[in-house]
Write a protein that binds this ligand. Structure first.
Ligand code: ADP
Ligand code: MG
Length: 376
């Protein structure tokens, strides 16, 4: 049963980080109210919410209380326990369901699900012994990446393996961290991502393909539109459309891709929620990924994802905060500076982002240069 919720709806969000905050701000612009479940009652989303349920994400009782207060429940966070979500689905309105979330929670399941919809993924194999790694390295004649199947983010739970010595160390580091997967190491020409949205009535919109630069496995900067051929952009869009339809996806989601030196596009992973590489849409597109997400889960018509101007988005991590503050005037008149209201600027923690717009990609890149210097 799908619902169309009028503005003024109570939207329950599981997870209270920056994604929840930006969803909430978009929802508030439409007149909706926000309830949030997060252990931190002063977190980024809680600061702008109407109702706060301060508890762990796997606290079934608290999740049910949130749902009782909400006309619709959504999430900004992937690692919700399946039993908690299943319980909510039986008791309340969770139009996103549990399947898309479960695909994102296990890298092997994710790869298989993408293969089923005809998308290409990098060569991989499940690993349950040291010998599995050695065998794959021999077969592929290539470096590889050992990854935990669950719980990893921003490169956590991953080891690149180029030598037998590294294989030994990677195995020792990760062998007690649950299921493991080994992937062939792709020589990357570019990393790309597509952010798209599907609403409860099956209407779909796709934002322009973006290119991403990672530093230490954390997203550093996103450039939109991606500087790739029309053919590659269309290929990525088609995969997004196929996946959304096949899995009955509701809400904003993202697919990360690797482009190799032969212009082959591989799906890396996917996220059933708004994505860091879609933050540029707030200023650069007619409708943001967050507004689109709220429209989708409330059954409202989607807005246009059209790119108004090319954009460069740069993440502000904890270590960059002093530099951004010191050059706020120089950067602030060129870009849109966002902070998420986090209290402690720890190293590596995502504290905010800046978006620079231009008439062309080159102009947006040029405008971002004073900020890029802070990241040197
Ligand atoms: P996370 O969940 O941490 O984002 P990813 O699988 O996206 O995990 O890996 C993080 C980054 O590590 C990627 O964006 C990419 O830069 C690099 N990486 C991961 N897997 C591979 C691979 N098979 N080949 C080359 N680079 C990789
Ligand atoms: Mg990733």
């Amino acid at each position: 049963m799908t619902k169309t919720l009028a503005p003024g709806a109570m939207i329950g969000i599981i997870g209270g980080g920056q994604l929840g905050r930006m969803m909430a701000l978009a929802a508030k612009a439409m007149g909706d109210r926000i309830a949030v479940l997060d252990p931190n009652e002063k977190g980024p989303c809680a600061q702008v919410a109407d109702d706060i349920f301060a508890s762990q994400y796997n606290d079934q009782e608290a999740a049910v209380k949130l749902a009782e207060k909400s006309d619709v429940v959504t999430y900004e966070f992937e690692n919700i326990d399946t039993p908690v979500l299943e319980k909510l689905i039986t008791k309340s309105y969770v139009p996103q369901g549990s399947f898309p979330l479960s695909v994102s929670q296990h890298r092997l399941r994710e790869k298989e699900a993408f293969k089923e919809v005809g998308a290409q993924v990098v060569p991989y194999r499940p690993v349950s012994s040291r010998a599995d790694i050695d065998e794959a390295l021999q077969e592929w004649h290539s470096a590889a990446v050992l990854k935990t199947c669950s719980g990893g983010y921003d490169g956590k739970g991953q080891r690149v393996i180029k030598t037998k010595q590294e294989a030994k160390r990677a195995w020792e580091d990760l062998c007690d961290k649950g299921d493991l997967i080994l992937e062939k190491f792709v020589s990357l020409k570019k990393e790309l991502s597509v952010v798209a949205t599907r609403n409860t009535h099956g209407e779909m919109s796709v934002f322009p393909l973006a290119e991403n630069e990672h530093r230490n496995n954390v997203l550093h900067c996103t450039i939109a539109p991606a500087r790739v051929s029309e053919k590659i952009a269309l290929e990525a869009e088609e995969i997004a459309r196929n996946v959304a339809k096949a899995w009955d996806v509701v809400g904003t989601f993202a697919i990360e891709f690797f482009l190799d030196e032969n212009d082959r596009l591989y799906v890396n992973e996917w996220a059933p929620r708004p994505h860091n590489s879609g933050h540029y849409t707030i200023e650069a597109c007619e409708t943001s990924q967050f507004a689109q997400h709220i429209r989708a889960v409330t059954g409202r018509p989607l807005g246009s994802p059209r790119l108004l101007r090319p954009a460069v988005m740069i993440n502000i991590l904890g270590e960059h905060v002093p530099g951004v503050n010191a050059s706020y005037e120089r950067i602030g008149n060129k870009g849109h500076i966002h902070f998420y209201g986090k209290d402690e600027a720890k190293v590596g923690r995502k504290m905010g982002h800046i978006t620079f717009l231009g008439e062309t990609v080159e102009e947006a890149i040029q405008k971002s240069e004073p900020a890029q210097q802070i990241w040197q």
